[in-house]
Each structure stands twice: as C-alpha cells, then as structure tokens.
Design a binder for this molecule. Sequence first.
Ligand code: ADP
Ligand code: MG
Length: 461
Amino acid sequence: MITNIESLWHQVCECLQKQLNTDVYSRWIAVIIPKRLESDKLILAVSNDFYQTWLEENYLPLIREAVNRVHGRNMHVQFEVTPVVPTDPATLAGVSPVPKKIVHSRKASTPGAGTAMTLNQKYVFGSFVVGPPNSFAHASSLAVAQAPGKAYNPLFIYGGVGLGKTHLMQAIGHYVLSKSKAHVHYLSCEALMNEYIDSLQNRRVKHFRDKYRSTDLLLIDDIHFLTRTSALQEEFFHTFNVLYDAHKQIVMASDRPASEIAGLERRLITRFEWGLVTELLPPDFETRMAILHSKQKTLNISMQEEILTFIASHICSNIRSLEGALLRLASYASIYQKKISMDLAESLLQSLLEQEKKEPVSINAIQHNVADYFDIRMADMTSKHRSRSVALPRQIAMYLCRSLTSASLPEIGVAFGKTHATVLHACRRINQKIIEDQQIKQSVTKLSQQIDNKKVITLRR
Ligand code: ADP
Ligand code: MG
C-alpha cells in the first residue's frame, strides 16, 4: 500500500498512460493534480468544473480502477475544483493548445472557420440534384440562404448517412457568402466541442463566446454529437438564445430528429424544433439516375446508360455510395483504358453491392448473439450483476455495439440500463483486453463475424 500521494499518483498515471492514447492522456489526465490522500479517499484537483464533469462522466471508472490496482485496496476517488492562476497557455500541464480530435476522427472543418475556405467548393446548390425525397429540404435551405434569420429559424435538417445534409448546409454557407459580407461559421459539432475545450484550457472562453455569438450564420453539422458533454450543451443553449434573439440564422444537421437524440436536454430539443424541421429521405430510382447523370457530367465521363441503370437499381441506400460506385467504375475504365461491360461492373462493385444487401446490425441482435455465445441469460445484459462471468460478456456486447452499429454512447447505455460513462469504460477495457488476451481477442473477432454476417441471429424469448 502506498501512503505517499505523489508516488501513488505517479504510478496511477503510468498505468493510465498505457491504456489511453497520448492525445486523451495529455488532455484529460496530465492536467489532474493529486491533492489529498485520506484513509479511503483520494482527492484530485482540476482547474474548472468542466474538467470535473467531463472526468466524472467519462474517466472516473478507469481512474478508480487504476488507483485500486496501484494502491491495492478499494478507494473513493473524488474531484474538486481548484482554480489555478492563469499561466502561459502553452506551458499548461503539457497540454497542447492545438485543437485535437477527441472521439471521432471525422472532422468536417477546421475550427476557426468563418470564411469560405472551410467550405467544400463542390457543395453548392447548383450541384444538388433535386428530387421528391429531398425537394422540401432543398427548398427550405434555399429559402434560408436567401433570407437568413428571416425565413425559418432555426433550420433543422435531419436524415441518414450520405443523403446530402452536409451538402445542403454548406450550400447555404456558400450562397450567403456570395451575396453579403456576413460572418459565416460552418463547423461540425465535434470541432465545436474541441474548440470549446481548448478555450477552457487556454482561458479563452470569452473569446469563444464572442466568436460564436457574433456570427450572422451559424451552421453546425452532426449536432447529434452535442450530447457528449453537458457543459457544451449549456454553452450552446446560451449561444443559441443570443443568436436567435438577434435574428441571426442557425442551421443544424443531425442524423435523427432532435427528440430522438438520447441525452439531449429538453430545452434544446424544444428550441431545435422552433423553426423548420426538414427530413432528407433516401433517393428514389429517378433521383438516383438524375444524380448519376449529373455526377457523370462533373467527372467528365460517359458510361453506358445500361450501366448507370444497373448502379441506380442496386445502390439505393445513400448518395455517397452511389457516387463511390460511379467513381470506381470510372477509375477502372480510365486506368485500364477499357469499356465497362455489365459483367465487369458487377464484379467491380461486388463489395458495395454486398454492403447494400446487409441490414444494419441492431443492439438487440448483438445482445442476443453475445448471450448465446457465452451461454448467459439475455436478462444478464441489463442486470446489475458484477460477477466476471456476466460482466465481461456484457462489456464485450457494449464494445460490439459501439463498433458494429452507429448508436451513440447514451443510446447503448439505455439499451444496457447503464450510463454512457459505463459504456465508454467497457469499450476502453475491451479495446485493451483485445491486445493483452488472446482468448478474448478470438471471442470478439468470432462474434463480430457472426453478427456482421448475420449467420447466427437466433432470437430467444
Ligand atoms: P450527409 O452529410 O447527409 O452524410 P453529404 O452531404 O456528405 O451527406 O453527401 C454525401 C455525398 O453525396 C456528397 O458527395 C454529396 O455531394 C452527395 N449528394 C448528396 N445529396 C446529393 C444531391 N441531392 N445531389 C447531388 N449530390 C448529392
Ligand atoms: Mg454530413
């Protein structure tokens, strides 16, 4: 048992450093200062309550586990806020002032947007093909672009992956910038969160606030990620109010309606629905054909009509895949100087077509498969039992939900009767176990294959 707090914390840090990636470690753990060690309690200090909440919500189980392992007995771990005197931002506890990615790597833009530079030149109204499944979303976006802050505020666009949400949002941005000197900010929710965290670390929250509260058009993409932190929800709530009251335009895109975003505060849901809510639906056959024709023109290629029909009849779920298919055939034709025949198209697009046939994996199916595999009851997936025989399969199931479905942490949490922090902890733990433990690695690989191929989805009552 270690009684010296410095050496205890030093060893805990070594332990955590092995489990977390460098980015996460330097952002979240290196900034903690060990404060006091009481008989059964370790008190850790952080510089503001955002850190406290974030650490408690996301890393507490992991830290506690490391403390217990190092200390050799069960300890309570508690955070307290001890404001520190501002220092040079760059020297703050090894924290880099450069914005970094936190969870997902898909960053739609560089934080610090505000000019057309961060918008993709391709995403303009002119290149957006309008058809019945997207005509309402398109008309609403155009109306907003023509009269920002006046037509519909906020505009909330939602729909599945690859259906044109980002394209429409950026088209609004381009349009407004081409007609005025308005301040436009387009960024993903993830980038917004990173920028907010950096502003906290660098004592520049005021700057962050001023920046977003003085914009004329705020475009936030993938807003469904806003649930990751309650502090950002709070911040966004106030920014929203300031902009809304000043008749500045807000546009948001999400993969689902606001009311279905698990963990999103009620007051935000209400606000997101104040203006116009519009849905993008998967394209019908005619729209798919029209998109292929339009992309063909842009790419300056010409494919036989029969081939285009083949693509449009088989790739239905999203426009990104549709583009991908056309591009694949076009590149092949150009590299090998070959005309694409039907047989060739079929074989070149095989993997895309298979992908298309697959139904998305559900959380429920994962739970059933894992329960079957480990021969435990389905009820154990949601139970509070902590014995290893149940806890490990449950953690594996959570991990698989995270990697095989697009469900968010809070959604997975709800399905397992746990908090999103528990899910996060489970994912990290299994990630680590896969490296250390050959048997667990095999089980996880086997289960992923089973579930992904939908070979053994036996539903038990
Ligand atoms: P989302 O943000 O909904 O996931 P994107 O806006 O990124 O989807 O669209 C995916 C791809 O499909 C982009 O390359 C986009 O230009 C293209 N796309 C989507 N909808 C259309 C459309 N109606 N017309 C032309 N291209 C489209
Ligand atoms: Mg998008």
